[in-house]
Design a protein around this ligand. Structure first.
Ligand code: BES
Ligand code: ZN
Length: 830
């Protein structure tokens, strides 16, 4: 595919009158669109985006236009006999196909009891509207839409319906009210047999949640959360929700997690449904976050849209930041910002420590490259540096500047620079200058504190990569004052180094101290002087800088070995993650028991305190600590955990699952890992589940067996209708994580590459196919990946492949350097 040039420069649409007649059985549609727009220069030719469409007629008034489609460019050129200029109304007639690809206009088949049902829906971001009607498919080409649909089943779109009729053949004709001026990627429709519940916000906006009828009981939490979020954002942004209604729908096949179509938000099932007796608290929190994220886009993204996809980070990074504000407001017990520090912020630091990371603001040309930057840098570093800026400017100034920005650009487009301008105008800072290197350079600094001398240099996890010479402006704290480190070294004007330099973990940096200071911190870690964010940051930083040899992994183990009464689930999540990495990479199956005594010391107090049964009025924090503790106890066969797990599992087999949803994943995979049950038995349980969240827990268990026959069966299942397209990645990740099925899966991957590419080649899931290869940890895989992709078209995979290869090499070097020392340390120290 070729360079994407801006078609809006030669034709600017203001309105689309679009009619689609969709045949869900034949999987075809026919359409007619009248596009009103402006030609700035006199011309005989007009270029529109169109892909996979058969355009049968194009007219302006009485003039027939010649039609020449170019699938490479995803355009159609219309040629008039006479030059045209000024306002035009172009009418086109066309047909297309309803696909299984999860983009454009696509179908999802799902089971309802014994019946197979079909839902039709759309996914247009980033460049798939052109697969459904000819248009200028660019974010700045904002227009109003008048949509009419003819469908077999009732239909929804962005706006309320204005007329609804039944045709003689029983089909439904729905006309929707005109939309506000908006980008094509936000247009949407859904048609299917849907159940719904509804509520109103305090200002009277109608909010509805929809799902296949079988799932209608699981929509309440989403509805309540949506109402709460809309009210929160109206207040925070100081702008009313711009539409009359807000619909949210659970779609059986969905490439991403959710999509913010204006007024008609679509969700993957697991990101919307909460079944109070089967949904884990972690999943429920995820649902709240996804809803808060998509609703934030209704303002930031939909009302004000990025000018081009190179500013995608602004859209996604901002929504990924503010979703936390909304969820924190609605569910204060969840400690959302600490979760952010342990989750998104760590993931951002981790991806951005690769030399093959990319700057947040990234040039993109090919549509497949656009898909590729919906990635960890955009979604995790993005919100992290916005949080840093928010703390640096102060909450009040940030909010005022943001409100100004949204008001100024409402119904239009804006760039990163526009946001900085609005924020500079209300603060005493040159925000553009402050943010420049955070957005246009890849990477971030490691701050090294030796005594009271600070230095900064880019941090790279790979020991052989060369740091850049970028110097970032880093907000830090010297104990009593804020300061900005914007030079390569700085001498603090204090007698003693404060305990931590980055107290809220709000600066996007890692910090290294000298061993004397680490000893002090190790003592403080088991008292209550450090905040939770500081404890999370300290542990994460030590293990991260051990990757390139700045310190040894044994320093990390030294730091955490005295932990036992730790009260925060986020610290436990961090410890669990680091211990899992040490076990899988540095110990392996053979040596993993070396860690048993230490893990036993660390978790015993909490295992005794929390045991297996949630107590009615326990804190959500305790509810969230328990899964980590139990997972560790099962991993190392500690206490009575194995016996309890077996007993609970007997109940599952007998059809009486009493395992708390929070603990199910750990129990299921323990059962498979220890070979206590057969593949057939688990497969049957997998097939019986109707809630996808629970089904996926069994899917993960099905990928955890140690024998290769099981792996082969799972790989076969992937290509059947027993696995939803959207979930193929989950199966592959499970199989690649499992050391016993890793090689078989890699062989399968290469043999079935054509199938994978055909299924996922143009959508959101494509780059995951490359990302998951980063799960390997042996050097030879890096070479095999290179050689496999050498003669393939890797457009849309390039960044992810480079990152996967670099992380394999990084981990391989870490194993080489630290395996022996860690094993020795474990033998001697615990
Ligand atoms: N705009 C995206 C959905 C999207 C992603 C469309 C990729 C096209 C390609 C949506 O707002 C989003 O960011 N969804 C996230 C969930 C969110 C809570 C981080 C997702 O799908 O993962
Ligand atoms: Zn988003």
């Amino acid at each position: 595919m070729k360079h994407t040039s801006r078609l809006i420069e030669q034709f600017a649409p203001s309105n689309y009158q679009l009619e689609l007649d969709i045949n869900a059985e034949q999987l075809t549609f026919s359409g007619h669109v009248a596009i009103t727009g402006e030609l700035p220069d006199a011309t005989n030719t007009i270029l529109l985006h169109a892909s996979q469409l058969d355009i049968t007629a194009a007219i302006i008034g009485d003039d027939e236009l010649a039609i020449a489609a170019d699938e490479d460019w995803q355009t159609v050129t219309l040629t008039a006999t006479e030059p045209l200029a000024g306002e035009q109304r172009i009418e086109l007639t066309f047909t297309g196909r309803v696909t299984p690809t999860m983009h454009g206009l696509y179908y999802s088949d799902y089971q309802d009891g014994d019946l197979t049902k079909r839902m039709i829906s759309t996914q247009f971001e980033s460049h798939h509207a052109r697969e459904v009607f000819p248009c200028i498919d660019e974010p700045t080409a904002k227009a109003t839409f008048d949509l009419t649909l003819i469908t077999d089943l009732p239909a929804l779109s962005n706006t309320p319906e204005s007329t609804l009729g039944q045709l003689d053949d029983g089909r439904v004709k729905t006309t929707f009210e005109r939309t506000p001026r908006m980008s094509t990627y936000l247009l949407a429709l859904v048609s299917g047999e849907l159940g719904q519940i509804e509520a109103h916000t305090n200002r009277g906006t109608l909010v509805r949640t929809f799902a296949p009828i079988k799932d209608v009981d699981y929509l309440k939490f989403a509805l309540d959360t949506a109402v709460g979020c809309l009210e929160f954002y109206e207040d925070y942004f100081g702008i009313e929700y711009p539409l009359e209604k807000c619909d949210m729908v659970s779609i059986p096949e969905f490439a991403a997690g959710a999509m913010e179509n204006w007024g008609l938000i679509t969700y993957r099932e697991t990101a919307l449904l909460v079944d109070e007796s089967n949904t884990s608290l972690a999943n429920k929190q995820m649902v709240a976050h996804v809803i808060a994220h998509e609703l934030a886009h209704q303002w930031f993204g939909n009302l004000v849209t990025m000018e081009w996809w190179d500013d995608l980070w602004l859209n996604e990074g901002f929504a990924s930041w503010i979703e936390n504000m909304a969820v924190d407001h609605l569910y204060p017990d969840w400690q959302v910002w600490t979760e952010f520090v342990a989750g998104d912020y760590q993931a951002g630091l981790s991806i951005d420590s690769l030399d093959s990371s990319h700057p947040i603001v990234q040039q993109v040309h090919d549509p497949r490259e656009i898909n590729e930057i919906f990635d960890t840098v955009t979604y995790r570093k993005g919100p992290s540096i916005i949080r840093m800026l928010h703390d640096y400017l102060g909450a009040g100034a940030f909010r005022t500047g943001l409100q100004q920005y949204l008001k100024k650009h409402a119904y239009g487009n804006a760039t990163t620079a526009d946001l900085w301008q609005s924020l500079s105008a209300v603060s005493n800072h040159d925000v553009g200058q402050f943010m420049k290197d955070w957005t246009t350079s890849r990477g971030y600094p490691l701050i090294t504190a030796d005594g009271t001398t600070l230095t900064q240099q880019q941090f790279l996890e790979h020991p052989d990569k060369q740091p850049s010479d970028v110097i970032w402006p880093v907000p830090l704290h010297d104990g009593s004052n804020s300061l900005l480190l914007d030079t390569s070294t700085l001498q603090l004007e204090v007698d003693e180094l404060p305990l931590t330099l980055n107290p809220n973990q709000s600066s996007f940096v890692r910090v290294a101290y000298n061993s004397k200071h680490y000893q002090r911190l190790a003592d403080e870690l088991v008292t209550d002087t450090l905040t939770t964010a500081e404890r999370v940051g300290l542990i994460s930083d030590v293990f991260a800088i051990a990757m390139n040899g700045t310190v040894s992994t044994t320093d990390g183990l030294q730091l955490i070995k005295r932990i036992n009464t730790e009260p925060s689930n986020h610290v436990w999540e961090t410890i669990g993650g680091e211990l899992a990495a040490v076990r899988t990479h540095l110990l392996g199956d053979v040596h993993q028991q070396l860690m048993e005594p230490m893990v036993s010391d660390i978790v015993s107090a909490n295992y005794q305190r929390l045991s297996w049964k949630p107590v009615a009025d326990e804190s959500e924090t305790d509810r969230l600590i328990r899964p980590t503790i139990i997972a560790l106890a099962l991993r190392y066969d500690l206490f009575d955990a194995p016996a309890v797990a077996r007993k609970l599992w007997d109940g599952v087999i007998a059809g009486n699952n009493t395992i708390p949803p929070d603990l199910r994943s750990s129990v299921y995979s323990y059962i498979t890992r220890t070979g206590s049950d057969s593949y057939d038995q688990l497969l049957e349980l997998y097939e019986q589940q109707t809630l996808n969240e629970e089904k996926l827990r069994f899917a993960r268990a099905l990928t955890a067996f140690e024998d290769s026959a099981a792996a082969n069966r799972s790989l076969e299942l992937i290509q059947t209708d027993k696995v939803r397209q959207q979930d193929v990645i989950t199966w592959l990740v499970g199989l690649l994580r499992n050391p016993h099925s890793r090689q078989i899966t890699w062989d399968w991957y290469r043999q079935n590459w054509d199938w994978l590419q055909q299924q996922f080649g143009h959508g959101h899931i494509y780059s995951y196919l490359a990302q998951i290869l980063g799960l390997f940890s042996k050097q030879h895989y890096a070479a095999e990946i290179r050689s496999f992709f050498k003669d393939k078209d890797t457009t849309g995979l390039e960044l992810s492949l480079e990152q996967a290869i670099e992380s394999i090499e990084t981990v391989a070097a870490w194993i080489e350097r630290d395996s022996e020392p860690v094993r020795d340390w474990l033998r001697k120290n615990v």
